[in-house]
Design a binder for this molecule. Structure first.
Ligand code: ADP
Ligand code: MG
Length: 145
C-alpha cells in the first residue's frame, strides 16, 4: 500500500499561503504523528500550527506557547498538542514537562525548537523547516520532509 504523504518545498508569500500548506500537511497526519518545526524566531512556526489547528477543527486560538511551553487543543476527535521548547535545555527538561505522556496520548504533536528534545523525537517525525528569504517581508520557504 503506498502512502500519499505530503512532502516538498513550497515558497509562500503570505500568512494565508502558510496556512494553506499546513492544511495540506494536516491531511497526512494521524493520531500520534509528530512534527518538528524548525526555523528562527519569527519564521512562522506558530503560524504554521494555526493552520494545522484550523484544518484539524480544533477550537480556540493558537498562540505562542513560549511561556507555558505546552498548549493542548481539542476539537471533535482531533487532539493537537503544541509545544515550544525554546526555554528548555535538554532531554531531561523535556521529560520533566510530561513528554512521555504526550507521546503516548495519541495527540498530533507539533514541536517548536525540537532540537531541545534530542533523541526523544522519533526519527520518522515530519520535519517542517521554514526560512525567510533575503527579500523577506511575507515570503517564506517551507520545506517538508
Ligand atoms: N508567509 C508567512 N508565514 C508565516 N508567518 C508570516 C508570513 N509572513 C509574515 N509572517 C509573520 O511572521 C510572524 C511569524 O511569527 P510566528 O509564527 O510566531 O513565528 P515563530 O513561531 O517561528 O517564532 C508573524 O508575525 C506573521 O504574521
Ligand atoms: Mg513560535
Amino acid at each position: 500500500m503506498s502512502e500519499n504523504v505530503f512532502k516538498g518545498s513550497f515558497p509562500v508569500e503570505s500568512v494565508e499561503e502558510t496556512w494553506e500548506i499546513a492544511k495540506r500537511l494536516a491531511s497526512s497526519l494521524k493520531p500520534g504523528s509528530i512534527i518538528r518545526l524548525e526555523g528562527d524566531l519569527g519564521a512562522g512556526k506558530t503560524t504554521f500550527v494555526q493552520g494545522l489547528a484550523a484544518a484539524m477543527g480544533v477550537k480556540g486560538r493558537v498562540n505562542s506557547p513560549t511561556f507555558c511551553l505546552v498548549q493542548e487543543h481539542r476539537g471533535g476527535e482531533a487532539f493537537l498538542v503544541h509545544m515550544d521548547l525554546y526555554r528548555l535545555r535538554d532531554e531531561d527538561d523535556v521529560l520533566s514537562i510530561g513528554w512521555e505522556d504526550y507521546l503516548a496520548s495519541g495527540a498530533v504533536l507539533a514541536v517548536e525548537w525540537p532540537d531541545r528534545a534530542g533523541s526523544l523525537i522519533p526519527s520518522d517525525a515530519f520535519v517542517v523547516r521554514i526560512t525567510i528569504p533575503a527579500d523577506g517581508e511575507e515570503k517564506r520557504l517551507i520545506e517538508i520532509s
